[in-house]
Design a protein around this ligand. Structure first.
Ligand SMILES: O=C(O)CCC(=O)C(=O)O
Ligand SMILES: [Fe+2]
Length: 375
């Protein structure tokens, strides 16, 4: 094994890549930027996850956030997996279908057309196809918009420099013409589900249902329409490299192709999240991990691509106001169970991540471990 890995890393790149194939970005061979280090390359033999909990929220729609059974199912799912799926969630299927339709139509345009709404360091949302996760380029293209426009983004690492907070406005393409309306309506649906889930998560931690509301007076939530084109090198590249989400809560819709894999907490195996029609996949981000003082964790996941089918997904990142100081919640800490993190400013964390996405870094990205108190 050792020898084989050595040989493979020493091979010239040209020999690692079959020659005639083209990447989705033009008629080039796969760019070296997409090639994952050997330890991150997927095996492509799917273990479909048995046991990622599927939770039926219909009782919540009727009884609000006081349904004890659902609260305890959510608590278990958060502790054991950090991931779960929900059905009967109340999101309008019609609105989701329209969102999918306009996403497909937008991505169906030429790269030049899509790049008319290309994001840059000023306008951090919009279209882009150059994201790197842990310094390797993702095999995907995305269009991202914020629920609140302007979106406030600190431009300085000094929390007192209020004047250095920039207002970022959403960019909307000319085509398809209904993109803005459909996207804004879908965003509202996601927000409703987000608040419902946060109330249930608060209750599952033994806290009042409205615990998280003060952090969401304004928001930095975004919807990211994502397209993973067919990839001739699914054994070398990933749609999204291994990462855990840096915000609070992610609510993801995936089509029927599949490819999202979760690192199972019990044994570290990568397991595939089964596509279930009309379900949403929920996962906890780093902000909830800190709020919950490590009672819940933000779990690593990645996206495997395939050579025969393109895939679409729509993550919604439900994130608090930019000036939120993230720290373990009072109700979860005491003398015997002290806070495990020092407070950090969410907007500055967000800005550092968003701006680093534009380049391949030669330093490690900011992460919650940087704020961990070592005992
Ligand atoms: O597309 C997916 O299935 C997951 C995407 C994801 O993990 C992300 O964008 O953070
Ligand atoms: Fe993610």
């Amino acid at each position: 094994m050792e020898t084989q890995m050595m040989m493979e890393t020493q091979l010239p790149a040209e020999l690692l890549f079959p020659s005639k194939e083209k990447s989705f970005l033009g008629d080039r061979m796969i760019d070296r930027d997409f090639v994952q280090p050997i330890e991150n390359r997927p095996k492509l033999s799917e273990t479909e996850a048995e046991g990622i909990p599927l939770i039926d929220l219909s009782a919540v729609l009727q009884n609000g956030d006081c349904d004890e059974t659902i609260v305890s199912q959510i608590g278990n799912a958060c502790r054991v997996w950090g991931f779960f799926q929900v059905v009967n969630h109340g999101v309008s299927e019609g609105k989701r279908l329209e969102m999918e339709k306009v996403a497909r139509s937008f991505f169906g345009q030429s790269v030049e057309e899509k790049r008319e709404v290309r994001r840059d360091e000023e306008n951090v949302h919009g279209y882009h196809d150059g994201e790197h996760t842990v310094n390797v380029r993702d095999w995907k293209e995305v269009f991202e918009f914020a629920l609140e426009s302007p979106y406030l983004l600190p431009r300085s690492q000094n929390p007192d420099a209020a004047h250095e907070i920039s207002e970022v406005y959403n960019l909307w393409p000319k085509h398809p013409p209904q993109m803005r309306k459909v996207s804004e309506e879908y965003g509202k649906e996601m927000e409703k589900l987000g608040f419902k889930l946060m109330a249930l998560i608060a209750r599952s931690l033994g806290l009042p249902a409205d615990t998280f509301e003060p952090f969401y007076k304004t928001q930095t939530s975004t919807v990211m329409l994502t397209h993973y084109p067919q990839c001739p090198f699914p054994h070398l590249a990933l749609g999204v490299g291994p990462h855990s989400d840096s915000g609070a809560l992610t609510i993801l819709y995936q089509d029927d192709v599949g490819g999202l894999e979760v690192k199972r907490k019990s044994d570290g195996e990568w397991v595939r999240v089964k596509p279930i029609p009309d379900a949403y996949i929920i996962n906890l981000g780093a902000v909830i991990q800190v709020w919950a003082n490590d009672v819940y964790e933000s779990v690593e996941h990645r996206v495997v691509v395939n050579s025969t089918r393109e895939r679409f997904s729509i993550p919604f990142f439900f994130n608090p106001a930019h000036d939120t100081m993230v720290k373990p919640l009072d109700g979860l800490t005491d003398g015997r169970n002290p806070a495990r993190y020092t407070p950090y400013n969410w907007g500055m964390f967000d800005a550092s991540r968003k701006l680093s996405n534009f380049r391949k870094l030669d330093f490690k990205n900011v992460q919650i471990d940087d704020f961990k108190i070592s005992n």
